[in-house]
Design a protein. Structure first.
Length: 342
């Protein structure tokens, strides 16, 4: 289920330059590029003359030139130049996709452009707060449906099994008996997990040398259709999280899973360090640990996708730990239904 009338991350802002970038989003071939004025654009990656990919073209002062026969298209997809002729048919154009640059991301709308409202794009100010939340930005292609990756993010009970040597670490019962609070949001779901007197996982130890058990938290906000905002951390057991001045670990993770096709995705993620703000190495250590966890997640979810492609998923059963996952899926369905009704 891919909802086209929605905003997705097409790229990190720094990925797109005057060198065309080819990316398939929601099944469509798209070319991303910046014009000389620095404004980014997104067009269907096919020239309207002979369907040559525009991503093989060149950015010129007035747009992007197809390097097969030289047609030039502006940011709106209108053909503005054809070598050897002065009259250009109004049919000579390619589809342009609404594209908005915000919080160091390029957000694309794949559906009806008349319904694209930039006000609907979520806010993530931490990407711009370099002093308090220094961040790193990465993207991992994944051979799985985007919703399977979001399922994985919102089901923290898998941590002890998939990530015992990274962000999991604790015995399974610590994760299964966490204090839970679940809240439905207008456009998604919020999940808060508290694990008191818990062993610090290896990933936390790599960043902060805790002496003993910690009180650990995991907060997830899912925003339909494909974003998860995560705040995780820990303080020494018994310390007040709000006022603790002793050893503590704070990180914010942004996850945006953009569907490439029904069975492949782009996994955009950023990691921000909130406990050692002036220490660039501390931020790098978080990235190393999170990258390790994402490799572990991808291996499991991609194998899961292979089986689902082979066997379907109608026969699968839910457990109690699937509550948040179910609410997430319903939020995406509501968004799809609203788009269909409109």
């Amino acid at each position: 289920m891919i909802v086209r009338n929605a905003w997705y991350v097409a790229a990190w802002a720094h990925e797109v330059s005057t060198a065309p970038l080819a990316r398939r989003i929601c099944g469509d071939p798209v070319v991303l590029f910046r014009c000389e004025d620095g404004v980014a654009a997104a067009l269907l990656d096919a020239c309207c003359h002979r369907a040559a990919p525009l991503s093989l073209g060149t950015v010129v002062p007035c747009g992007i030139r197809c390097n097969y026969h030289g047609l030039v298209f502006d940011k709106a997809g209108t053909c503005v130049a054809i070598p050897g002729q002065s009259v250009i048919s109004p049919k000579a154009r390619v589809r342009a996709y609404p594209l908005v640059e915000k919080d160091r991301m390029l957000w694309i709308w794949m559906g009806d452009p008349a319904k694209a409202d930039p006000a609907d794009i979520l806010d993530y100010p931490f990407h711009n707060d370099h002093d308090n939340w220094p961040s790193r930005f990465e993207m991992a292609p994944a051979k799985s449906n985007y919703l399977l990756l979001i399922d994985n993010l919102l089901d923290a009970t898998h941590l002890a099994y998939v990530h015992p040597d990274s962000v999991g670490g604790a015995a399974p019962q610590v994760h299964f008996h966490a204090e839970m609070k679940i809240e439905r949001l207008a456009n998604g779901v919020r999940s808060v997990r508290i694990m008191k007197n818990s062993p610090a996982p290896p990933a936390y130890h790599a960043c902060v040398p805790f002496d003993g058990p910690i009180d650990r938290w995991q907060e997830f906000d899912f925003v339909a259709p494909a974003s998860v905002l995560q705040y995780s951390g820990g303080v020494e057991a018994g310390e007040d999280r709000a006022t603790s001045k002793r050893r503590r670990f704070d990180m914010r993770l942004f996850h945006a899973i953009t569907p490439e096709t029904e069975t492949t995705s782009f996994y955009f993620w950023s990691a921000a360090n909130g406990h050692a703000k002036g220490d660039l190495a501390a931020t790098d250590r978080i990235v190393v640990e999170i990258r390790k966890a994402i490799v572990e997640d991808k291996a499991m979810v991609e194998a899961q996708q292979e089986r689902i492609s082979e066997l379907g998923e109608e026969w699968l059963v839910d457990t109690r730990s699937d509550t948040v996952r179910g609410l997430m899926r319903r939020a995406v369905r509501r968004l799809a239904d609203r788009a269909q009704a409109a």
